[in-house]
Design a protein around this ligand. Structure first.
Ligand code: SAM
Length: 304
């Protein structure tokens, strides 16, 4: 059954990352974030922060004004187009605030705000994090919406590297499920197909998909991390047609790539058409459930 599967590697458009930003912002779990900030407040600034799978810099933008202290960021992203987009966005943000920017060797130093901020942009894989950053000098590794498509083995070696250096990890917006209002009979079936697509076999193995938060929690705990977790839920109410078009569009691209029977294809086509009509008529609400997780190394919890 799997040999017919089309294996399309995901790519992320800056437009999509921009559209999702306010939904992420509203969804982030306040309690888990407060725990991360409280932990960071006990470390000496300038804080060494590493954002992995950084995309066009959403996490940097989100925390820049929320962290009250000097910040040295490294953004690690494998897609060079997104690294370029991140640089442009940081320059635009600094220009909009009339901050001075000095650029040296891929690092932007921003001056003029309440705290000095430096951002180093790295094009590279988070699976080789030790090549790009000194983890022993890193206080917090962050990751927003990154690990759904990673395999348990990939995450395990990533977590092992953090455990060796006793570096804390703060992951946000890891997918766990979806629901819709008004409900339809095929909702669970279609969501299940979408999640099966997340778990599809790829060159690196099967992604964790909706089981990611559970599997990552088990891996992190087995490596000695202490966890604080909380749900982060996108609320996409009627009238939010742009976000709904993206979400239904992703399903419309992904599910037909599965080796489905003609009957299931028909069920999905009818479901999608019904949801698109409801969305166009401002009658559809979609919720997307996620988990936020702060993982603190054992050595730092005892004195926390
Ligand atoms: C859903 S996007 C989220 C981007 C960003 N964190 C945000 O919140 O907008 C996932 C990102 O992870 C990146 N990514 C996936 N695998 C990676 C890897 N092995 N190393 C570095 N980045 C990776 C993708 O290129 C993409 O930018």
């Amino acid at each position: 059954m799997t040999e017919n599967l089309i294996v399309r590697e995901p790519s992320y458009e800056p437009d999509w990352l921009e559209v999702r930003y306010p939904y992420d912002e509203a969804a982030r779990h306040a309690g888990v974030e407060a725990a991360a900030r409280a932990w960071l407040a006990r470390q000496t600034p300038p804080w060494q922060l590493v954002d992995v799978g950084a995309g066009h810099g959403a996490n940097f933008r989100y925390y820049l004004d929320r962290l009250e202290g000097a910040q040295d960021w490294t953004l690690v992203e494998q897609d060079p187009a997104l690294v370029a987009a991140a640089r442009n966005r940081i320059l635009a943000l600094a220009a909009a605030r009339s901050w001075a920017v000095e650029e040296n060797d891929g690092t932007l130093a921003l001056a003029g705000g309440p705290h000095p901020v430096r951002v180093r942009l790295v094009t590279g894989s988070l699976l080789e994090l030790g090549r790009w950053v000194n983890l022993r000098q890193t206080q917090l590794v962050l990751a927003n919406a990154v690990f759904d498509l990673f395999t348990p083995a990939q995450f395990e070696s990533f977590a092992a590297e953090l455990a060796r250096s006793q570096t804390a990890l703060f992951m946000t917006l890891n997918y766990t499920g979806m629901d819709y209002a008004p409900p339809s009979r095929a909702d669970r079936l279609v969501t299940g197909l979408y999640e099966a697509h997340m778990n599809r076999p790829r060159a690196s193995g099967r992604g964790m998909g909706k089981y990611g938060p559970e599997q990552m929690a088990a891996i992190l705990q087995s490596q000695g991390f202490h966890l604080t977790e909380g749900e982060s839920i996108w609320q996409v109410p009627p009238g939010h047609q742009v976000m709904q078009r993206f979400l239904l569009g992703f399903m419309g691209e992904a599910i037909p790539e599965l080796p489905l029977s003609p009957r299931l294809r028909g069920v999905f086509a009818d479901w999608l058409s019904e949801k698109r009509t409801q969305s166009a008529n401002d009658q559809l609400k979609i919720r997307v459930m996620h988990m936020d997780t702060l993982a603190l190394p054992h050595s730092s919890v005892s004195d926390f």
